[in-house]
Design a binder for this molecule. Sequence first.
Ligand code: 5RP
Ligand code: FE2
Length: 217
Amino acid sequence: MKPIIAPSVLASDFANLQSEVEMLNKSQADWLHIDIMDGRFVPNISFGFPVMEAIKRHAQKPMDVHLMIVEPELYIEQFRAAGADTITVHFEACTHLHRTLQQIKATGAKAGIALNPHTSVNLLEDVIADADMVCLMSVNPGFGGQKFIQNTYRKTEALKNLIIQQNSQALIEIDGGVNQQNAQALLEKGADVLVAGSFVFSAADPIQTIADLKSIS
Ligand SMILES: O=C(CO)[C@H](O)[C@H](O)COP(=O)(O)O
Ligand SMILES: [Fe+2]
């Protein structure tokens, strides 16, 4: 099965956002990955609703919104209104994760759970049936351009086993440091969605780079 490719707009040229989004429209990218950072859950601030809405005005593909924020339940409806198709919240940021997943689904969006590198996939046993996607962070969240953490291979395999065991339909997304070197092995371990930021946007030919990732199976 071909992977779903979700380039992370975080690594794009914000001064030329419209042309970056138009490039993604023309490419084989399946989704646009949108990283929202609040300066509290992670030690960085990215962008918020006005920028997301501007991206949405030009995007012809679904928006996969990764919320690296505390108390995400306060903003779910607003992110949906700003154009999110999938909303992923962090396991570590949700006191009532099951409730927050239902809240996301009630807006009509797909609901994802992101796990920091230190968080075990075993903690998802009682909630995996309620998730449309699990995002395994393969770097510590907060910044693009970091080095891929090797333990992600093992986690991907363990998560795939849990999904099969629980008869869940959740997709496995890998986020952070994804490139042509690690993509094949991630897919073999069970990944469905590859997020790639700096690897795509720092390439000489981003459209070809996306096509190369897409052609791995
Ligand atoms: O969530 C993220 C960082 O917290 C980004 O989606 C991720 O880092 C992608 O960027 P890169 O491919 O450059 O690592
Ligand atoms: Fe992300």
